[in-house]
Design a protein. Structure first.
Length: 223
């Protein structure tokens, strides 16, 4: 319970700062909206439901750069990263607090992004289907895990804007492929690989990334 309180305290701190200065959230939403409109008008409205559902995840994937890249930047700017490193809580609790914050940012954007994309891209998702919620919750948490790890790895680097995509893109691409297939199955109907299997693969990827990321962050924080 002590570790859980530490995780929630770190996430709550960042969320409260975000509410006072909603620059990152606004930038994420604006980028997502511009991307939606660019794809919709660029293809002249001739987008199949299959392609439209895939585009949704591509936009979520790219929007993550705005939300995940500066996850640890506030700690560096305010000089609190060193204090966190000597606090009597494990490094993985700090990391999971940041993941929770990144997850909150993305879910907030997705609440508005998904209905708009359904209208512009011409596909539909049944929000009575529990697989829809499981897909977006697990998928967003997976991207937040990878994005927070990439943000931590770029802490010692001066050109963070250049290095972050090089870490984030290849690591999160495998999850993106699974999520695109999973959403395509929700939109178009049964797949050769069942939804249960795809969800388990996403959950497995999430678990593996959490273990890897927590270990890497422990090294970054203590060195």
């Amino acid at each position: 319970m002590t570790y859980l309180r530490a995780i929630m305290a770190i996430a709550k701190k960042d969320i409260m700062i975000q509410f006072r200065r909603p620059f990152e959230l606004f930038a994420m939403f604006l980028f997502a909206l511009i991307s939606l409109l660019a794809f919709a008008f660029g293809m002249g409205g001739d987008i199949s439901p299959e392609i439209g559902s895939a585009m949704l995840w591509v936009i979520i994937f790219l929007t993550g750069m705005f939300g995940f890249a500066p996850v640890f930047l506030s700690e560096v700017d305010t000089g609190t990263l060193k204090g966190i490193s000597v606090a009597p809580i494990p490094a993985w609790a700090v990391y999971l607090g940041k993941v929770t914050y990144g997850f909150f940012l993305m879910i907030t954007v997705e609440v508005f992004l998904i209905p708009i994309s359904m209208v512009l891209f011409g596909f539909s998702l049944s929000f009575t289907n529990p697989y829809v919620y499981a897909t977006f919750i697990l998928g967003t948490l997976d991207l937040a895990t990878v994005g927070s790890m990439a943000s931590a790895l770029t802490l010692p680097v001066e050109s963070k804007a250049t290095i972050f995509p090089l870490v984030y893109f290849p690591t999160a691409t495998s999850a993106l492929i699974l999520l695109v297939e999973l959403t395509r199955g929700l939109v178009m109907g049964p797949l050769l690989i069942g939804l249960d299997i795809l969800l388990k693969l996403v959950a497995g990827h999430l678990f593996a990334m959490m273990l890897l990321s927590a270990s890497i962050f422990n090294y970054v924080l203590t060195n």
